[in-house]
Design a protein around this ligand. Structure first.
Ligand code: MN
Length: 702
């Protein structure tokens, strides 16, 4: 285990301005917090976070990230709290530790490839500060290095599978090839112990036969380039068992037929040197056709630059050679971490946060689309628009950004969406319209009696939720309209005072060009066909001697919207009570005109036989409605002018003015005025009453 001063020295070696005190305090805090906890290896638990921090120093990360490594398990595994971490180590470290803790929630949930893909996306989406992901990867790397201490075969395999499926691809995505290699190698060992053993044995055999070929070939290349004046650093290695295994599987090859088990890296001072070195190597050894790749002129989408070639070193030995500059080499090893550490040095001060780097990263990941480069085909840009939340059982649900618990419910199951009445997010009851955040745990409260609420359409964002709500609303509207139309129809045909045969109805439908009775009901409800037209259709000539009710012309004067009314159903404000916005209103179905909207205290409502009342409310779009007043003014010059002046002053348009009563002293007028709402009308009445010319004024409601 790294000692305190060793760790601090490592950081100071690449960042002399690093906050030493922060590192020291984190070190001591972590040891105290983990106390006597032990690892499966028998080591004290705190050795793990310290080693994780050590791995992070290899990426030359800032002191906050190193401190996060030291503290990364304190919230989850000890009594320490986020508040405490924040108080002691500042908001940034607290946020980072919290982020790592959240990522740890996802372990043990990768039953299938789809789940793995979701989890990878989730990890990236969660890591809005990429340092969180780096700490998590270092954490996983150290856990993999010590995986053999875990006794349970099943648990080892599970962790190795997860590493192979999730963390190694993530390391690759952010260009951390060193991490990726080691994670894959360690996972492979635990997942395919037999394959691993057989490859290791065969490599040993090969080595025994050829002596130290790697060393011989390495010095040969170095010598060859040196003769041409190229100062190159050449390193050779046997390929890792996992990459050999993978190649064997990819190409369906037997081990004997796979001679390029050695790989060499040639690091040269500059780009021109890289191409010269390539030329010299190709002159000396024949290139294997189809294996040359120039990632310098065309870098990989994640920024990787290098020349790759495979040559026949001798009759039976193919070798793979990568040629690159020192800078390219550093980037390939440490990915964007190297890039960042490098950038950080430019202005002398450590970057306060990693966001510029994150932007770079996102840009690069966004462009990474070929399967060769990435295991995932999904573009990262897509999950910038996404949010990931958990079910109480820990299943991960992927949703569009801005999704609320209703979207979540529909994503889990349509039934759950249809019957949801409330939600708990992270254990707290929240409104159904609350936007979800990455990592939220969502519990849906449901009731069998619940139906999708049309209001949901105003805030759901997922296609599934939206279409479910719309479908339900359409169905509901249709059934309401059918019911309404049915009532209207019954009233219309009742006027015939004789039974109507099915044939007559069928003939009537044909005349009206309607498919069936339901179509007729809907037409009546929507007032697209009049009651007289229906009577004429079912019994031609019947309306001639039938007294049909006279109605005012349908449709409101000004835009009016009413809530509670099925959209598409025709309505009109009742002539008798002249309801205006602010009045409590109800609807009554009337043949021929659809729905009549009355004030709740309208005298006509007492009249039985008008059908059932619909509970209605004024909609927001209502601009104005007509109110009726009865005003008595003094019979003297200027009285009427005074009255109209007040109405004009209050912006109330006079629609109708009728002299109703007249005697020597007083004139009584019925005045219909357009008003915005009840408050508007109340003001007008008050103003009129305060006027000398006006004796009395009352609203007429029936
Ligand atoms: Mn850990």
């Amino acid at each position: 285990m790294l000692r305190q001063y060793e760790l601090v020295d490592r950081v100071l070696a690449y960042d002399p301005d690093a906050d030493e005190d922060l590192l020291n305090r984190a070190y001591v805090f972590s040891i105290q917090a983990h106390g006597s906890q032990l690892r499966a290896s028998g080591d004290p638990y705190f050795s793990h976070p310290i080693e994780v921090a050590g791995i992070l120093t290899e990426l030359k990360l800032d002191a906050e990230t190193i401190a996060t490594g030291i503290l990364h398990d304190t919230i989850e595994d000890t009594v320490a709290t986020t508040e405490q971490i924040e108080r002691l180590f500042g908001a940034n470290v607290a946020r980072l530790v919290d982020g790592v803790t959240k990522l740890s929630k996802i372990e043990a949930q990768t039953e299938n490839e789809r789940a793995a893909e979701n989890l990878r996306k989730f990890l990236l989406a969660m890591s809005d500060d990429i340092r969180v992901l780096l700490v998590k990867l270092a954490d996983r790397l150290h856990n993999m290095r010590t995986l053999h201490f875990i006794k349970s075969d099943e648990k080892r395999r599970r962790i190795a599978r997860e590493t192979m499926d999730i963390y190694a691809p993530l390391a690759e995505r952010i260009g951390l090839y060193g991490f990726m290699d080691e994670l894959q190698a360690l996972s492979f060992k635990h997942l395919e112990p037999e394959g691993y053993d057989s490859i290791v044995k065969r490599l040993e055999l090969l080595r025994a036969g050829g002596g130290d070929m790697v060393a011989r070939i390495t010095s040969g290349i170095k010598l060859l380039l040196g003769q041409s004046g190229i100062e190159a650093d050449v390193r050779g290695r046997e390929k890792r068992p996992f990459s050999i295994w993978k190649k064997m599987q990819d190409r369906r090859m037997a081990f004997e037929n796979l001679p390029d088990v050695m790989a060499f890296r040639v690091v040269v001072p500059d780009t021109a040197g890289a191409y010269r070195a390539l030329g010299i190597i190709h002159q000396r050894w024949p290139a294997v056709p189809g294996r040359f790749k120039d990632f310098i002129s065309t870098p990989k989408r994640n920024g990787y630059r290098s020349l790759h070639t495979t040559v026949m070193h001798s009759e039976r030995v193919r070798i793979e050679i990568q040629i690159r500059t020192a800078e390219m080499d550093r980037e390939a090893e440490f990915g964007l971490a190297a890039h960042w550490a490098y950038k950080q040095g430019d202005d002398g001060a450590p970057a306060r946060h990693a966001y510029p780097w994150l932007r770079d990263l996102l840009e690069i990941l966004e462009q990474a689309a070929t399967p060769e480069e990435l295991l995932e085909h999904t573009r990262l840009a897509m999950f910038q628009d996404q949010v990931f939340a958990f079910t109480p059982k820990g299943e991960l649900i992927q949703l569009p950004a801005g999704a609320c618990p209703v979207d979540f419910a529909y994503a889990v199951h349509t039934d759950l969406g249809d019957t949801c009445v409330g939600s708990k997010v992270n254990g707290r009851v929240v409104p159904l319209r609350t936007p979800l955040a990455n990592g939220d745990q969502v519990e849906i409260l449901r009731s069998k009696a619940q139906h999708p609420d049309p209001l949901w359409e105003g805030f759901v964002v997922s296609v599934k939720a939206r279409s479910a709500v719309r479908r339900f609303v359409r169905q509901q509207q249709r059934s309401q309209q059918l019911k309404m139309g049915r009532t209207l129809y019954d009233e219309v045909v009742a006027r015939l005072k004789l039974p109507l045969s099915d044939d007559a109805v069928t003939a009537g439908l044909a005349r009206l060009k309607l498919a069936d009775r339901n179509a007729l009901y809907l037409a009546l409800a929507r007032a697209t066909v009049s009651d007289t037209a229906v009577l004429e259709a079912v019994l031609p000539g019947s309306t001639a001697n039938l007294k049909t009710k006279k109605r005012g012309k349908a449709g409101p004067r000004a835009p009016i919207s009413i809530r509670g009314l099925t959209p598409g159903v025709a309505f009109q404000l009742a002539d008798c009570c002249h309801p205006i916005p602010g009045d409590r209103i109800v609807g009554v179905a009337c043949p021929g005109t659809g729905i009549e909207v009355h004030g709740i205290d309208c005298a006509n409502l007492a009249d039985p036989g008008e059908g059932e009342w619909l509970d209605l409310h004024w909609g927001e779009e209502t601009e104005s409605a007509v109110a009726r007043l009865f005003a008595v003014v003094h019979n003297q010059p200027g009285s009427l002018a005074a009255l109209t002046a007040i109405l004009a002053h209050h912006g109330a348009n006079i629609v109708n003015l009728t002299l109703k009563e007249r005697d020597r002293a007083f004139h009584g007028f019925v005045v219909d005025i357009e008003v915005d709402d009840l408050a508007h009308l109340t003001n007008i009445i008050a103003a009129l009453r305060a006027t000398q010319a006006v004796v009395s004024v009352e609203r007429v409601k029936a």
